[in-house]
Ligand binder design. Structure first.
Ligand SMILES: Cc1cc2nc3c(=O)[nH]c(=O)nc-3n(C[C@H](O)[C@H](O)[C@H](O)COP(=O)(O)O)c2cc1C
Length: 202
């Protein structure tokens, strides 16, 4: 697969988010879930807390994903709005790490995204109180049936407790595997003047 020998030579030192976009484009249609990322938050007790989510938006502002605000991750992010995330593109030998403050995606953007989701996914956002205990599975299916009935014949609105978060990266590290574990690692730090760049030992 396409494996540049030197990241800075290949992409220049300008904008790591542009490179992330390139890497996602390389992986689209080739890897099964190129947008799956491990998202680490800070628990209410100050401990690490990690799970997978899907990257649903990438632009100059940062990395966006959608979830339930009352879920464990939602509660943690609202209490401590910082996160780090990592994507792994196996086969391309690439890793993308990012960290920084997290903001809530504005209503219009969240509504727009929600309106484009498959109806079944929209209904499950109403049926699932994500991260709350579920004594029996049948209860979830009952709540789905209730949502189907409630929104029969109308568009499913976005629940207030469901929306997006965006990590606005202050640090991005790009990792490109190379032979004999002499991997290329470039760390980008956001500064007032743009991104500062340094290469790290593998
Ligand atoms: C590949 C993959 C992608 C996922 N994407 C999302 C997602 O985009 N949003 C989400 O809320 N949960 C997603 N999940 C489920 C989460 O990993 C997690 O189980 C759920 O959000 C509850 O996490 P929490 O209790 O820490 O809030 C995904 C799981 C996997 C395995």
């Amino acid at each position: 697969m396409n494996r540049p020998q030197d990241l800075l030579e290949s992409y220049g030192a300008s904008d790591p988010l542009f490179v992330v976009g390139q890497w996602l484009a390389d992986a689209d249609g080739v890897l099964p879930e190129p947008r799956a990322m491990a998202l680490a938050t800070v628990s209410l007790r100050g401990l690490p807390s990690v799970r997978m989510v899907l990257l649903r938006g990438l632009d100059a502002r940062g990395f966006t994903w959608y979830t339930n605000f009352s879920s464990r991750k939602g509660t943690e992010l609202l209490a401590t709005p910082v996160a780090s995330l990592v994507l792994h593109h196996q086969g391309f030998e690439r890793q993308i790490r990012a960290e920084g403050p997290v903001v809530v995606v504005d209503r219009d953007e969240a509504n727009d995204y929600f309106s484009k989701r498959p109806r079944g996914h929209q209904l499950s956002a109403w049926a699932s109180a994500q991260s709350q205990p579920l004594p029996v599975l049948a209860e979830l299916l009952e709540r789905e049936a209730e949502a189907i009935k409630r929104f029969s014949g109308v568009e499913v609105p976005r629940p207030d407790y469901w929306g997006g978060f965006r990590l606005e990266p202050t640090v991005i590290e790009l990792w490109q595997g190379r032979a004999n574990r002499l991997h290329d690692r470039i760390r980008f730090d956001r500064t007032e003047a743009g991104w500062s760049v340094e290469r790290l030992q593998p």
